[in-house]
Every structure is written in C-alpha cells, then in structure tokens.
Design a protein around this ligand. Sequence first.
Ligand code: TXA
Ligand code: MG
Length: 322
Amino acid sequence: MVGANIQAAISHLQQGHLVAIPTETVYGLAANAFNPEAVAQIFAVKNRPAFNPLIIHTNNLSRLQEWGLNLPEKMLQLAAHFSPGPLTYVIPKSDVIPDIVTAGTQAVAVRIPNHPLTLDLLSKLDFPLAAPSANPSGYVSPTTAQHVNQQLGHVIPYILDGGACEVGLESTIISFLDHTPTLLRHGGVTLEQIEQVIGKIIDKPGQSGDDILTDNPVAPGQLAKHYATKHLLIHDDPALHFNKFNPLKTAVISFKTIYTQVPPQFQFILSSKGNLAEAAQKLFAVMRLVDTMEVDVILAEKFPDEGLGKAINDRLKRASVI
Ligand code: TXA
Ligand code: MG
C-alpha cells in the first residue's frame, strides 16, 4: 500500500516488516536495523548478495553515539555542514549493530537523510533503519513512490509516499577507516564541497560493496554493471553512434543539447539551462521511462566531469557495462 501515514509505517517497522521510505536522494527499502530477521528480508526482496552491506539511517548524531559508535573528528566537521543530507559516513562498527547489516565487516555506514517525513519517522523509532535503495539489485534506483510500487509493491506492506526525491542520486559515501578520509561513491554532496570543509581526501570511487569497478570481480555483487536499464545504454558522445542504429528506434539522454537525428519523443534533455542539480534530479526517472519505450538503444552523453556531473557520469557508466 502507498500512503503518507507515519503511524502505519512505524507499526510495520516495529513488527519487523519492510517499509519503503522517502529520502532526499532515492527511496530506501527500510527495516529495523537491530532485528536481523527483518534485515534478512531486505536481502531477499532485493535479491541482494549477502556480502553487500547496508547503510543505517537515523535522525541525529547523538543517537549514533548512544548506540556505541565513535564519531571521528572529521566526520563531525562534515556533519555540521551536510547532515541531515546526502552524505554517508563509513566508521568502525559497535557491537549493537548486527553482522548482517555490515555483511560481516567491522565497519558500518551511517547517514541522516534530509526528508521531513522520514526525519519525523526516525525520531519516533528507538532503532535505526537499515535501508538500501528500494530497487531490485542492479536496477536503477527509485525516485518516486510509484517507482517503488511498480517493482516491489506486491512484496512489501507499506510505501511511505514523500513525493519525488529532490536530489535524485544516492548519497556520497566517505570512509573514515584509514587516516585520510576516502571517497567511496560519488553522490549528492560533491568532492569539491567535502574538500572545502576537511581538505584533501582520497578520491577512490568504486571501492564500496556493490559498486566496485573491476575487471576481475571476486564476487557477483562487485561487478561494474549497476543502475542498469534493460535496454542497451551507450555512455559516449551520441554523434559517434547514430549511424550504427535505426534512428527511429534510438533514444538520447543529454544534458542540454538537442539532437535532431532522433524523434523528439525519444529525446530527453535533463536541463536545458545546463544545471547539474536539475539533471541529477531527473536522471533516474528518465532512465526508467525510456526503458519502457520501444527503442533499441539509449545513447547517453558524457556530462561535465565536475560537481554532480561526476556522480551522473558514474551512474551512466555503470548502466552502460554489458
Ligand atoms: O542515498 C543513499 O545512500 C540511499 C538512501 C536510501 O539512503 N541508499 C543507498 O543504499 O544508496 P545502497 O545499499 O543502494 O547503496 C549503499 C552502498 C553500497 O554500495 C554498499 O556496498 C555501501 O553503500 N556500503 C554500505 N555499508 C558499507 C560499509 N560498511 N563499508 C563500505 N561500503 C558500504
Ligand atoms: Mg542501490
């Protein structure tokens, strides 16, 4: 069921059921993080490999400390700027966090999402919520309650509808396990914004669980392919590929350029003003929409390699892996 009833969401979560929750990034598939059986259902419903750990969500930092977590100094500096917000911190875990949440590792990822409904929900729970994006493993993340309902509505009891996600891309993940903080995934907070607060960090995206980009994966979830559409997606200058496909069955996802080579209904311009935040907000909804159309291929531009453009390019690159 889809609705905006916080009490219903609370009651399901307390009983160990799954509830989809809105955040500013993407919708999450949430369970009581302290209840291993509830968390196990997340893995089952998403068909997610058990070695891929989950982010835990709560409404303020002091609760993390109550749960035995030590918050590093640089994390606190970042949190003062970006939490609540699209930034996830990987820190040493405490004993109260079940192993299933961290996939047996000694580190836990934590985030304070910035969505009024979900902050209200989290403040009324006496446990954090473990929540990956609410999509089948490997597919594009959902940015509306309807996206979640289309794919998972029949297997979860409640979807809390908080409207369309404002950021539209997952959180940035930064690890504090080593001396110098390391960026593991580009996302809603940019590298530039982070470095303005804590100085140079190591930019090593692709090192977190299901996001590892490698030619020699040691486990299935570490494959580069992710955020993928069913249709073939090519992440390159579209002009180099038009001659290889039937133009009447070719879609284009572009930043602001109009491509007259394809029919107008197959052209998706993410921000005619050239605004990366607007493009990021629309990206996943457009990828899902174009995936429902009768096309042979999706040609997606390379976005400017700066700010949110890095996160957009990362998602398109992973979607393009065959
Ligand atoms: O914006 C977001 O982060 C959304 C919303 C729902 O909060 N969540 C999300 O979760 O994108 P998910 O599970 O789809 O992606 C989380 C990523 C995965 O690549 C996972 O491997 C990584 O975070 N991760 C989680 N715990 C980790 C840990 N302890 N160490 C390293 N990476 C971790
Ligand atoms: Mg995900």
